[in-house]
Design a protein around this ligand. Structure first.
Ligand code: GLA
Length: 381
């Protein structure tokens, strides 16, 4: 990938620039908890975005997206927003840096990536983090790492229409090889967890379905959570986010919130608890419990939060039938991957069974990605 980027860069812009990269992410457990002030448990992966970048001394940004074979130029004022959706991520990052007082000017870039798009592995966060990290580095801005993550998150909010939480950008910026990270999204305290489960593998099965309108459905989930948190707050002023609520407090507002909003909140309150249970289980190398919690998350995401789909439920059922330790839909949902915790001895059999039966039912095979927990945003030598 690096050679291809360098060749294109030389052709388009001449003298070479510097290389930066960032990563997509997995999440072991803690889904839709981040914007509820809860816990998440992600790690960066070995699939990401790589960019060559060089300052050009103009007030213009010139970017070539190798995978799309598309070139875009834009200025750095708010009204210069480009039409191409991929370019909005780069533009958004520039604008969010400027809004925070960062002094930047034009640059040239060629970038490419290998995070599967729409798979729920946060290709967009990888893109944002690559540019946020690179611009901070090249302009010597000294922005702290959490702020780099927030720059990516605000890009999603303000330029891409997704009111996402902080998990993806956090994972992409803070990722460390061999480590998962538990982040408390209320206090922003985090801890690295070396993750080398003896006798197990983590594998993703990508349904290769991506549902339209996923971002508006995502934003509606977030609104439901905020509505319920507000209702609970009337009785319990300490409840800033759903994370602060207890199940009994949710019960108290059953009649004042819609049945749908109630289900959404029920899922979130349980999911926050599950992340902590998984942490305890990991301390004891108790992967059976980790796996069981993953299945519970799938059930909640499918039946209460309603962000699964037929293909993902099918993959989850196959995992269960094969005796896989844990399996669930990963990321925002509405398509994408399941994440599976599989015993080494069962791996080949499970992959063969899942691939064949999925292909028979849906007419195409799922893609298989072995998880390699890797470093996040960095400058390449
Ligand atoms: C998307 C969002 C994240 C998070 C997950 C669900 O990936 O970008 O902030 O909410 O969905 O856990």
């Amino acid at each position: 990938m690096k050679t291809k980027i360098a060749d294109k860069f030389r052709t388009l812009f001449g003298e070479a620039g510097d290389f930066f990269a960032s990563a997509g992410r997995i999440n072991l457990i803690g889904e839709h908890t981040d914007y509820n002030g809860g816990f998440v448990f992600p790690g960066a992966v070995d699939k990401g975005i790589m960019a060559e970048i060089k300052l050009n001394g103009m007030d213009k940004v010139r970017v070539f997206a190798l995978d799309m074979d598309e070139y875009v130029e834009f200025g750095l004022r708010e009204e210069d927003i480009p039409a191409q959706s991929w370019a909005r991520y780069v533009f958004g990052v520039c604008r969010e840096i400027i809004k925070r007082g960062g002094k930047i000017s034009g640059f040239d870039s060629v970038f490419a990536g290998d995070v599967p798009l729409g798979a729920g592995m946060s290709s967009s966060a990888a893109l944002e983090s690559t540019f946020a990290f690179a611009l901070d580095n090249l302009f010597g801005l000294g922005i702290d790492k959490f702020e780099l993550a927030r720059i990516g998150q605000s890009t999603e909010h303000n330029y891409c229409g997704v009111n996402c939480g902080i998990m993806d950008q956090f994972a992409s910026i803070f990722g460390k090889a061999g480590n998962l990270m538990r982040l408390d999204c209320k206090t922003m305290e985090y801890r690295y967890y070396p993750f080398h489960p003896q006798g197990y593998k983590l594998v993703l099965l990508d349904s290769v379905v991506k549902h339209e309108l996923a971002s508006s459905a995502y934003n509606r989930r977030r609104e439901s959570c905020e509505t319920v948190a507000k209702a609970i707050r009337k009785n319990h002023p300490e409840v800033e986010f759903l994370r602060d609520a207890r199940m009994e407090w949710l019960e108290e507002v059953r009649d004042v919130v819609s049945a749908e909003d109630y289900m959404r909140a029920e899922y979130v309150i349980e999911e926050v608890r599950r992340v902590l249970d998984v942490c305890d289980a990991l301390e004891k190398d108790d992967y059976e419990t980790v796996g069981q919690k993953m299945y519970e998350t799938h059930y909640g995401m499918s039946k209460l939060y309603e962000v699964s789909c037929e293909e993902l439920d099918f993959l989850n059922d196959v995992a269960k039938e094969c005796g896989v330790t844990g399996s669930r839909v990963m990321g925002g949902g509405f398509g994408g991957c399941t994440i599976n915790l599989v015993k080494d001895g069962l791996y080949d059999q499970f992959i063969a069974k899942a691939t064949a039966s999925f292909a028979e039912k849906f007419g195409h095979a799922p893609k298989v990605y072995d998880v390699v927990i890797s470093d996040g945003a960095r400058r390449l030598e």
